[in-house]
Design a protein. Sequence first.
Length: 100
Amino acid sequence: MNTMLNPPHPGEELREDVLSTRDLTVSEVARQIGVSKAELSQVLNGQSAISVKIAMRLEKWLGRAYVGRAKKWLVQQMRHDLWKAQKHIKAEPVQSETLQ
């Protein structure tokens, strides 16, 4: 299996490849997809995960082309989360348990 080193948070792609190419503000996109500006800002800044709700609204807003598919956003989020968890687990000391 091919693993990516440090896969980007999907908010980064959304910010750089979608919002910037459409010359839209966070407020405009939040209004168009029906979420709060704060909720969208947290995703765009990598502070919150893309939820199923936001993924579905992005799909509706962007269309079902590859970049707009809800599944694509959620898989990207899962890869990012998994990479972070694996990095964290590798850094934790292993504690052995004794069987009694």
